[in-house]
Design a protein around this ligand. Structure first.
Ligand code: FAD
Ligand code: NAD
Length: 584
């Protein structure tokens, strides 16, 4: 009789119990110390009647209490369960978001045609200032024209990592065409250098400086509004030999040149019958300038040597040296005292030599001549031989900026760049704005400042366009009001009042104010230093945790999802496989 009943209705069979061949039954039996039924083995090879028979047998022998439904998981287990659920839901949501970002990035929408009746806004440069302006600008309000010899945006904070191959340069470049193609209205881009700005005639002169030339190489671009974001060039202070013999570190080409020269020095030093002095010279890597560029590069270079070069070319082990030369009494002058000391002691541990109070005066192809200040204050001239020389002594004005300054009487006293007012308007002009390293607004020439200035200008231009549109509507409404009957006039008056209220709200745009988020710098050996603003104070920290913070901060700041993924994989690649020591 009992054997004819369906298994679920047999006495002693738990109603809410899972199927006997499920994993849950398997664990229930294990907990209840019952002999493990054959059927509960998660094997499809066991036949169904056999499962049923053996299961019936084992449950029939079991006391009732042991067969009761599984108790609910305790509170703390429920917590872990929910944490796990939340984690995988977040991972799924994150993956969905990244997939959407990639899809959106690869599939730009149709764009509006520019309206010839609108004002022409010319933007010079595709660096931090100009790109952050473009990113936030409503391009349908203007005819936007971008002129820059570089058809990509470069994430400069990670450029020192490209010199040793920790990061590939393409991972930190974002094509300007991608950026512009995602704007609502079309933007014209000319890959050219602006050679002159005639601020009175409102014309920009542009020259195609690329290797491939068409039948037009120079052109004139008229503007109503102009934004100058051409950055700065490398300062050499007129020191002889610098341009001829040193490498700079500002552009992708510079990083590639450095990477090639490091390997060239190493391979030449290991050439047959090289004299010991020549080996020492070739393997002496000298970095001039103890600002963040010089410090970060020196740290990256020493990492490359410690982690890769000495492993693959062991014969250079005793002769490879990195020296950082700085004219001032200490490196990283913009960081707090404790971080300066931390960096200096960290460099000592990493065997990077720091030569402070050493000012380079002359550069030849094989050595630099530097004026060294002794502890007693006396000065001596010293020759320091080098194989690779990297020059990182800060910024100087570009010729086009110097030329514009010379045309504007109000800029006669300016020395470090275009002086601007609190709305970033170039002093002495009405329709020219300047952002980033070419502007002097009492802030340090950093990406942070340039990006915030660009965002501010976008807000200003968007507001100006809205204001123009509302003012045109107001003129229109006033005209209509004159010929309207009393009822219509009442309605029009209400509309005029509403537009005036809107105008007042929009016009309330305050002047530019910079919010300093802090300074970060990598110092090698997986350590970084950070001076981070915290409420009204400042937190100074250095070490490996700061390095992780540095990494996550720069990863999140990369321009696009594509950049973020590429940088992440470059880091992983360098960690697992090491850096590539081939020359190219
Ligand atoms: P840039 O970004 O230099 O852009 C200038 C643009 O103008 C370029 O597209 C250029 O091609 C174009 N251009 C040049 N000449 C002309 C011309 N005649 N006509 C038209 N276009 C022209 N800052 C930080 O805050 N944090 C960091 O970690 C950091 N790390 C750095 C690391 C390195 C190696 C370097 C070199 C700089 C670093 N900086 C950092 C500083 C930061 O990169 C600059 O302050 C920032 O790039 C300035 O932005 P910008 O828009 O003024 O100029
Ligand atoms: P810098 O102006 O900050 O430092 C240049 C250093 O070179 C100075 O300390 C100067 O004393 C030294 N110097 C000048 N002439 C010399 C000579 N003849 N001999 C020896 N030393 C000499 O330049 P940088 O490091 O290229 O930085 C430029 C700008 O970019 C700065 O505003 C900097 O803050 C910013 N930046 C920031 C970061 C970061 O935040 N991690 C990284 C790189 C650059």
């Amino acid at each position: 009789m009992a054997s004819k009943l369906p298994l679920r209705m047999m006495p002693g069979f738990p109603m809410a119990s899972p199927r006997p061949w499920s994993m849950r039954a398997f664990s229930t039996c294990r907990r209840s110390t019952l002999p493990l039924p054959i059927a509960s083995r998660p094997s499809s090879l066991v036949s169904r009647p056999l499962i049923q028979r053996s299961f019936r047998r084992s449950y029939a022998d079991a006391p009732q209490a042991q067969l009761s439904p599984e108790p609910k998981p305790k509170k703390r287990f429920r917590f872990f369960l929910w944490t796990w659920r939340l984690t995988y839901l977040s991972v799924l949501a994150g993956l969905g978001y990244v997939t959407y970002q990639i899809y959106e990035g690869r599939n730009p929408k149709e764009q509006l045609e520019p309206d010839p009746n609108k004002k022409t806004l010319v933007i010079l440069g595709t660096g931090w200032g100009s790109v952050s302006l473009l990113k936030n600008l409503d391009t349908e309000n203007y005819n936007v024209v971008v002129v820059s010899p570089r058809n990509y945006f470069l994430f400069t904070p990670l450029l020192p990592s490209c010199t040793t191959g920790t990061i590939e340069h393409r991972s930190i470049m974002e094509p300007i065409r991608n950026i512009l193609r995602h704007k609502k209205a079309k933007v014209k881009y000319y890959e050219a250098e602006c050679t002159k700005i005639d601020y009175q005639k409102r014309i920009v002169y542009a020259k195609d400086d690329s290797e491939i030339k068409g039948d037009t190489m120079e052109t004139e671009i008229p503007f109503d509004l102009l934004v100058v974001g051409v950055g700065a060039e490398n300062a050499t202070f007129g020191i002889p030999g610098v341009r001829e013999h040193a490498c700079f570190l500002k552009e992708v080409g510079d990083a590639q040149k450095i990477r090639k020269q490091i390997m060239d020095c190493v391979e030449t030093a290991t050439f047959k019958d090289q004299s010991p002095e020549e080996i020492k010279r070739l393997l002496h890597m000298v970095v001039v300038g103890g600002g963040p560029t010089g410090v970060e590069f020196a740290g990256e270079l020493q990492d490359f040597f410690m982690e890769d070069l000495q492993k693959w070319v062991p014969q250079i082990k005793d002769d490879f040296h990195v020296t950082l030369v700085e004219a001032l009494p200490n490196v990283l002058p913009m960081f707090s005292k404790q971080l300066i000391e931390y960096t200096e002691s960290s460099f000592k541990e990493e065997h990077i030599q720091i030569r402070t109070k050493t000012m380079v005066k002359n550069v030849t192809d094989k050595y630099i001549e530097a004026q060294v200040q002794n502890p007693d204050g006396s000065k001596v001239l010293e020759k320091i031989p080098y194989g690779l020389l990297v020059w990182a002594t800060g910024n100087a004005l570009r010729p086009v900026v110097k030329d514009l300054m010379s045309q504007i009487p109000a800029q006669a006293k300016a020395r470090r760049g275009l002086e601007v007012n609190e709305y970033l308007v170039v002093n002495g002009t009405e329709n020219i704005w300047a952002v980033g390293d070419c502007a002097v607004a009492n802030y340090a020439p950093t990406a942070q400042v340039a990006a915030q200035e660009g965002t501010f200008l976008a807000r200003l231009f968007n507001t100006m366009a809205k204001t123009d549109a509302i003012e045109a509507e107001l003129r229109d409404l006033s005209g209509k009001q004159a010929t309207a009957n009393p009822d219509q006039r009442k309605v029009i008056l209400e509309e005029i009042n509403e537009r005036q209220r809107q105008l007042r709200r929009i016009k309330q745009i305050g002047p530019f104010s910079y919010s300093h988020q802090g300074s970060l710098a990598y110092i090698g050996a997986e350590k970084a230093v950070a001076d981070v603003s915290w409420f009204s104070g400042n937190i100074a920290s250095g070490g490996t945790m700061t390095y992780l913070f540095w990494k996550s901060a720069y990863l999140s700041m990369c321009f696009s999802t594509r950049n973020r993924i590429l940088v992440f994989f470059d880091w992983a690649k360098a960690k697992f496989f090491g850096r590539d020591v081939s020359r190219e």
